[in-house]
Design a protein around this ligand. Structure first.
Ligand code: TYD
Length: 231
């Protein structure tokens, strides 16, 4: 279900797909058009969720199994929504979120093999009816994505060690890519698949035009327009 006010945009895709760059460019482009934009990320985005991010990405929770990890991702998401995302949407802001529930569906549901009933229950508890208005799936072949992610990790080796998820194998990355594409084909109203192998400027202008279309459509829907939809 779309949010009543503001605009909620999530970015999804495998490692190395260029989400952070595209979020930064979209935020700049929308601000230049007068919109109020906040950028955030998962796991994390609020103080409580950032504490859980540390537990999850350091690998500290790994020993307790994939179900425990799935619960922690869901707990982090609930806090992030309550403390950051819903208040921003209520103000009418545009929220750009680096990963959201589709990452859990793919990383925990598809490649973590968590049973669908548990995944559905966690979604109900963590997000209720707050789904993104639009989800941009940055799609890239697994080998190119991994190469880019490794390069990035090498360049930033002094400050950022690759997390445990980044160490996983190509086959898993290919499954995840397919997982995101499957979600996009099941939910074409919400999801747009973006070819992440193009150059950054072309990707950015494609994304901007998709998001502007959603803003225009939202403005035309009675009772569904906030600041994002008006300006
Ligand atoms: P991050 O450093 O933010 O990497 P990326 O640049 O790939 O977004 O790490 C987040 C990791 O957490 C990433 O490997 C995906 C994983 N993840 C899940 O497994 N489930 C989730 O619900 C979310 C939000 C992330």
């Amino acid at each position: 279900m779309a949010t009543a006010r503001g605009l909620f945009v999530s970015f999804e895709g495998g490692e190395g797909a260029g989400k952070s760059t595209q979020i930064r460019l979209l935020a700049e482009n929308l601000r230049a058009k007068g919109h109020t934009v906040i950028t955030t990320r998962e796991p994390g985005g609020s103080p409580g969720a950032e504490a859980l991010r540390h537990v999850l990405l350091s690998g500290a929770a790994e020993a307790f199994g994939v179900r425990m990890e799935a619960l922690l991702f869901a707990a982090a998401r609930a806090d992030h929504l309550d403390c950051v995302i819903r208040p921003a949407l209520a103000r009418g802001d545009i929220v750009l979120c680096d990963r959201f529930v589709d990452s859990s569906r793919v990383y925990q549901g598809v490649t973590g093999n968590i049973e669908p009933l548990l995944m559905a229950a966690l979604e109900r508890v963590s997000i209720g009816t707050t789904m993104p208005d639009v989800t941009l799936v940055l799609d890239l072949s697994a080998d190119v994505g991994l190469q880019r992610a490794r390069k990035r990790a090498g360049e930033e080796a002094a400050t950022a060690a690759p997390d445990r998820f980044e160490k996983e194998k190509l086959e898993i990355h290919e499954k995840r890519r397919q997982g995101f594409l499957d979600i996009a084909s099941r939910e074409p109203e919400r999801c747009r698949v973006i070819d992440a192998s193009l150059d950054q400027t072309r990707i950015a202008s494609g994304i901007l035009s998709e998001v502007l279309q959603v803003i225009t459509r939202k403005a035309a829907t009675p009772g569904d327009g906030g600041q994002a939809a008006r300006s």
